[in-house]
Design a protein around this ligand. Structure first.
Ligand SMILES: [Zn+2]
Length: 265
């Protein structure tokens, strides 16, 4: 997910776009529950989502985004025997820039290891992750090189999931833009999932593309796997290291403990 206080651009094509901000405590999960519109979203079951996909490829800006936004989808696909591949664009090494005891190289190692544990808990086969090791916080500068690298790894009939194009974090939006440009293979389809969008968007859904959203309901087994995988990110939850302000405190994790995941297509 990665720490940031950023202002993302509203695109000219979207006149209602607010200035997304990732600051403060954001919209609480209690507010999302009370709003009700998430309950009314179309149900997309796993077969509908996967369609004729031959692989699920999840492109994650930081280790944890794939689990927070799509851990249930990943676990469900893996349980059906579909090959799952994670493209980890950065190691999230810039998450604690003010912690001298946690230098970036150490954080990168920790977060790669946490990701391996999390993916194993979701049922992803070992080796199912490609580490790009691009600089955390700087994906918007990767341009055509990132597009080309993703493009070369895609195959016909891949289902590609990544962070929402207007998620409010520069890396998340850069990942979405690169994936959109790279997904030109025959029969490939694309899904996006909010991560930081659940923080800054209004609970009434005015900031989100509601007409293009649907939800994947997670049964108890899938949800349990997702929660187990989320607990692997100890550097982010603050349970494994000594930091004053972990990236994923309980109020943030609450948004990802839902018994459903929301996708944009
Ligand atoms: Zn992230």
């Amino acid at each position: 997910m990665a720490a940031v206080t950023a202002t993302a651009r509203a695109t000219p094509a979207d006149p209602v776009a607010p200035p997304p901000r990732i600051a403060g405590h954001g919209t609480s999960e209690a507010e999302w529950r009370a709003a009700g519109w998430l309950d009314a979203l179309p149900r997309w079951n796993i077969r509908t989502l996967l369609g004729d996909a031959r692989r699920l490829v999840v492109v994650a800006p930081h280790p944890d985004d794939e689990v927070l936004g799509a851990g249930g989808l990943i676990a469900a696909a893996a349980a059906l025997g579909l090959p799952v591949w994670i493209l980890a664009l950065t190691d999230g090494e810039a998450c604690y820039p003010d912690a001298p005891s946690l230098p970036p190289a150490m954080l990168a190692r920790m977060r790669r290891a946490e990701l391996d544990v999390a993916l194993n808990r979701l049922g992803v086969q070992s080796g199912g992750v490609e580490h790009f090791r691009l600089p955390d916080g700087m994906l918007r500068h990767e341009g055509a090189a990132l597009v080309g690298r993703i493009h070369r790894l895609l195959q016909p009939h891949d289902l590609i999931a990544t962070t929402w194009a207007r998620d409010g974090h520069p890396d998340h939006e850069a990942a979405a833009a690169a994936v959109a440009e790279a997904t030109t293979c025959t029969g490939c389809r694309r899904l996006e999932f909010p991560v930081w969008g659940w923080h800054w968007s209004h609970a009434d859904g005015r900031d989100m593309p509601r007409e293009r959203m649907g939800r994947l309901d997670l049964d108890r087994g899938l949800l349990a796997r997702k929660l187990w995988a989320m607990r692997a990110f100890r550097s982010q939850t603050g349970r494994g290291i000594d930091v004053d302000a972990p990236i994923l405190p309980d109020r943030v994790l609450a948004r990802f403990r839902r018994s459903f995941e929301v996708f944009v297509r």
